[in-house]
Write a protein that binds this ligand. Structure first.
Ligand SMILES: *[C@@H]1O[C@H](CO)[C@@H](O)[C@H](O)[C@H]1NC(C)=O
Ligand SMILES: *[C@@H]1O[C@H](CO)[C@@H](O)[C@H](O)[C@H]1NC(C)=O
Ligand SMILES: *[C@@H]1O[C@H](CO)[C@@H](O)[C@H](O)[C@H]1NC(C)=O
Ligand SMILES: *[C@@H]1O[C@H](CO)[C@@H](O)[C@H](O)[C@H]1NC(C)=O
Length: 409
């Protein structure tokens, strides 16, 4: 541990705030970060009932903080280990903003060959309209343009957001990952007759698409939400909640809401896990031995506060089956939607106030605070991260790096 003198000198040099109490006292905190002492907040003068304050309320502002102070230094350190994830000089930029359309919603994904990030509009949001031409919109940005503005906090207007025409059109894409040099989307479908499915898209013009899977023995899925490829067996695992029904663009459940597994070599489709209300985000540890799946049952038909807003962890066996369901984390702000891991196995989720980060034991290390719902986000190579915030898009750089199926990039 550094001496207090050298610590004080280091932080004075950087001109940074220093947290004074235990147990987070011994390290320099980057300019855009602040320590939140959870221990000092364990006993509050008043604690409101759930009818006044709950998962859907505005993000928590700890006692003696303001929303402005939380936004001003958006990297919130709850555990020293978060400083290793941030590195000495993390950056945080608002890249783009729309007045109304929630185009920065889901399926954030990096396409390495052109160094672009793709993302999709929120199909369920009334502002996305009811026709597929609007609700199924896919967009992209150049990460070179994002890198150029990373030292400013607000770069709205400086980065081009381009809509791209998938063809044939992917019906309400929601989750995405890299797949054999292309992009693979989980799509929710539309109405009773346009089936959900897995769609491969050519990430360069003419953005042509191919359907990989759209049924289970002739039966429609509900509304595919998110997907991940296991780095060990390369099977595609995907979640199938009923958010198309919640958002009035798909019929009632035709099958149990669960996690599926698809082997694209043999064509086998099988269930990987059930016991969820709304299985949502999914990811694998870098070695493929753990699966993380979120259950956002707290939002199904409106808010049901007694339901999970949780991430579960499974062991992935040699044969690709899931075992040992374990409750990994319960989030304090809205739902854990998209879930991803870094190269060291730390787990990140998009929640009601930005991104929360846990170590592999489920201890909260820190938050990347956007002050608004982030349904999804992704590492986009080299310690860079693109965060969707519905009508705002964020760009973050830090020390941590994403975990990818390298040969599919
Ligand atoms: C909040 O501020 C009050 C007044 O300065 C102080 O007594 C209290 O200890 C502070 N609480 C926390 C958790 O910082
Ligand atoms: C949750 O809190 C909000 C206030 O932030 C309140 O309007 C709403 O009714 C609460 N919901 C429930 C189910 O208690
Ligand atoms: C949707 O876009 C396609 C291709 O541009 C066009 O042919 C079609 O008429 C549009 N449909 C609606 C309902 O606007
Ligand atoms: C796009 O079209 C090209 C040329 O026909 C074809 O080689 C490629 O496989 C297509 N890609 C997808 C994802 O459909």
């Amino acid at each position: 541990m550094p001496s207090l003198t050298s610590f004080a000198a280091a932080t004075a040099l950087l001109g940074q705030a220093v947290y004074a109490g235990p147990p987070l006292a011994k390290r320099a905190v980057p300019a855009l970060a602040q320590v939140i002492n959870q221990k000092a907040l364990n006993v509050l003068p008043t604690v409101p009932p759930a009818s006044d304050y709950n998962a859907s309320s505005n993000p928590w502002v700890p006692l003696n903080y303001t929303a402005e102070a939380l936004t001003d230094k958006p990297f919130h350190v709850y555990d020293d280990a978060f400083l290793d994830i941030l590195g000495p000089n993390p950056t945080f930029t608002i890249l783009a903003q729309t007045p109304k359309d929630p185009i920065f919603h889901e399926a954030v994904v990096w396409y390495k060959p052109t160094d672009e990030a793709f993302f999709v509009q929120n199909a369920g949001n009334p502002d996305a309209g009811t026709g597929l031409n609007k609700s199924a919109a896919i967009y992209k940005i150049s990460l070179k343009e994002a890198d150029a503005v990373k030292s400013s906090r607000n770069a709205v207007g400086k980065v081009t957001v381009t809509e791209i025409p998938s063809n044939p059109q992917i019906p309400n894409p929601n989750g995405a990952t890299q797949y054999k040099g292309k992009l693979l989307f989980a799509a929710e479908g539309q109405g009773p007759n346009i089936a959900p499915g897995l769609f491969v898209m050519n990430p360069v013009a003419p953005y042509n698409t191919t359907v990989l899977l759209n049924n289970f023995f002739g039966r429609q899925f509900n509304s595919l939400n998110d997907l991940a490829i296991n780095p060990r067996n390369l099977d595609i695992y995907f979640t199938d909640p009923t958010y198309g029904l919640s958002n009035n663009f798909r019929p009632a459940a035709g099958m149990q809401t669960q996690v599926w597994r698809y082997n694209d070599v043999t064509g086998a489709v099988q269930v990987a896990a059930d016991g969820f209300i709304m299985p949502n985000g999914i990811t694998f540890s870098p070695d493929g031995k753990y699966a993380y799946v979120s259950d956002t049952g707290i939002w199904r038909n409106g808010l049901e506060l007694g339901n999970p807003s949780s991430i579960y962890r499974f062991n992935v066996m040699e044969d690709g089956t899931f075992e040992n369901r374990k409750t990994f984390a319960f989030v304090d702000t809205n739902i854990p939607d998209g879930v991803h891991v870094d190269s060291k196995g730390n787990v990140y989720a998009g929640v009601g106030d930005g991104i929360h980060v846990w170590n592999p034991s489920g201890t909260l290390l820190g938050k990347i605070y956007t002050g608004r719902t982030s349904a999804n986000f992704q590492f986009v190579g080299g310690g860079r991260m693109v965060i969707g915030g519905e009508t705002q898009l964020f760009y973050v750089t830090l020390a941590a790096e994403g975990s990818f199926v390298e040969k599919y990039l």
